[in-house]
Design a binder for this molecule. Structure first.
Ligand SMILES: Nc1ncnc2c1ncn2[C@@H]1O[C@H](COP(=O)(O)OP(=O)(O)OP(=O)(O)O)[C@@H](O)[C@H]1O
Ligand SMILES: [Mg+2]
Length: 499
């Protein structure tokens, strides 16, 4: 194998004496793409954060380019060639691409005029198609990622860490991202790639390592792995059935009463006279490409967003027109909107998990006196922790201490404790590992079986096909097609979404 550029030797990182990963031996070679896989909470992010200078090791050693290192900060790590490319990019939205590339460099302001040309050269060399004079705020997720990478290259990074970089990308943007990784690799850079999309890892990685409960349980050439072998290593057993395998044709659950309806609802440019119905006892899948307005339609239904005052159309709940001015009114009427963006409006980071879950109950206006009982909060939360297999060291841990996928489960628990009868899930399994996806799907099915009207918004077709009874396809702000799962195919859904 070629030169080892990063090595963790017998490395352990503990938080309050509980190891997030232990005795890990992991190497990254020059010019290699090394995929790091594992269930939620397995320790993937923590391992790479040590390399990026966010945490020190508790024991063991880290070698970078042959020297023992313990970086004190991300800047220190970058100074030694290590760049972690975050999902929430650190770019300044109100500045141009070029300004962001050279920000913080000496003579930045003197060179303002020259930097567009330099930026153009830099971007071209990397074959990134981004306009240097464009404002960062105007770029999509994939292009922001390119600028972030170009900036790291500009600062001489040679080791790149990508933690779930594709989770929020459209299929087209994903192709860009893969090309970009290939490009970095050809230039001799080394890449650690974390993802829950196992197919992606199999496609772009040279080597694959699997963490399970903080231990490195497998490392091998990617060619030696199959999807099954990865899953087995991840969960330590064979999963019974393929999550999104070849689906036998299913019979749809029959529609109950019409629970929720949007009639000619409009909002700005994103929702244009959208009309749709959702029925009790069924799972309605909502598919559409990014920008189709699915999330916005559902946020209007749940009172999170306001429609136009004059030509806004109508939202009907159990046949009655409603107009929510705050989300809490919707919650009181039994609607739960479980958000796609947990960072923004899902959770209170610094509160404990029990507090967060119990807060859901508070939001519904539970008797404030009963709310002070933290013992009860803990009991109820514990039930949900178990139900959703939220893996944590202690239920009193703060949410910031949870892994990304486990935070998603807290968001779900927080809404379900309100016992809603209309439940809208927006990308419920993004960033969630294969085992947990099956658990969350089972829970969604149970809710529909118990009579709830369930909506699942997803950009992932296999998920839509495996969970829905009925499928709505959104395009350019309205619903353009409705089909039963009994007639739907991947092709027919895609056709409706694109044409
Ligand atoms: N700052 C912290 N304080 C305490 N515990 C932490 C902290 N960060 C992570 N942990 C714990 O360390 C373990 C590993 O978390 P990590 O974020 O590395 O998982 P992950 O493999 O990235 O999971 P995911 O796929 O869900 O992102 C988890 O049990 C998590 O709760
Ligand atoms: Mg993580």
């Amino acid at each position: 194998m070629s030169e080892v550029i990063v090595e963790f030797r017998n490395a352990t990182k503990s938080f309050r004496n509980v190891p997030a990963f232990r005795n890990v031996n992991f190497t990254l070679a020059r010019g290699e793409v090394h995929a790091l896989l594992g269930e939620n909470g397995a320790g993937k992010s923590t391992l790479t954060k040590v390399l990026a200078g966010l945490y020190p090791l508790t024991s063991g050693k880290l070698f970078v380019e042959g020297k023992a290192r313990s970086f004190s900060s991300p800047i220190d790590a970058l100074g030694h060639g290590v760049a972690m490319v975050f999902q929430e990019t650190n770019l300044i939205p109100s500045m141009t691409v070029a300004q962001n590339l050279f920000l913080g460099e000496e003579n930045f302001f003197n060179r303002l005029r020259g930097i567009n040309i330099k930026a153009q050269q830099q971007l071209q060399r990397l074959s990134f198609h981004v306009e240097p004079t464009a404002l960062v705020s105007s770029l999509g997720a994939a292009k922001k990622q390119m600028v972030e990478i170009a900036r790291a290259v500009q600062r001489n990074a040679r080791i790149f860490i990508f933690d779930e970089p594709t989770a929020t990308l459209t299929p087209e943007e994903k192709q860009h991202f893969f090309a970009l990784v290939e490009r970095l690799k050809q230039d001799g850079n080394s890449i650690i790639f974390i993802s829950h999309a196992l197919e992606e890892a199999l496609a772009i990685a040279d080597r694959i390592s699997v963490l399970r409960d903080g231990e490195l349980v497998a490392t091998d050439a990617a060619a030696m792995f199959t999807r099954d072998r990865i899953v087995q290593a991840m969960v330590g057993r064979q999963l019974k059935d393929e999550l999104y395998g070849e689906q036998a044709k299913r019979t749809a659950r029959p529609a109950g009463a019409k629970a929720l309806a949007l009639e000619n609802v409009s909002m700005g440019k994103t929702v244009r006279s959208a009309t749709l119905s959702v029925f009790a006892g069924q799972i309605t899948g909502m598919f559409g490409l990014v920008g189709a307005g699915r999330t916005e339609m559902m946020k209007i239904a749940a009172g999170v967003l306001k429609r136009d005052f004059f030509h806004g159309g109508r939202v009907k709940l159990n046949g009655e027109s409603v107009r929510f001015s705050v989300p809490r009114q919707a919650v009181n009427k039994g609607i739960a909107y479980i958000t796609e963006d947990r960072k923004l409006d899902g959770i209170f980071d610094t509160m404990s998990i029990s507090q967060n879950i119990f807060f859901g109950k508070l939001a519904k206006g539970a008797n404030p006196i009963s709310v002070v009982s933290m013992a009860q909060a803990r009991r109820e939360a514990a039930g949900w922790l178990e139900k959703l297999t939220i893996r944590t060291i202690r239920a009193d841990a703060r949410v910031v201490e949870l892994s990304g996928g486990n935070q998603q489960k807290v968001v779900i628990a927080k809404s379900l404790i309100q016992a809603p009868n209309i439940i809208i899930f927006d990308e419920p399994t993004r960033g969630v590992d294969v085992g947990a996806i099956a658990e969350i799907h089972a829970m969604i099915r149970d809710l529909a079986d118990a009579g709830a009207a369930v909506v699942v918004v997803s950009s992932y077709l296999p998920e839509i096909l495996s969970i829905s009874d009925r499928i709505l396809v959104a395009r350019q702000g309205r619903i353009v097609e409705e089909m039963s799962i009994e007639d739907a195919t991947e092709e027919s859904i895609m056709y409706a979404a694109v044409h």
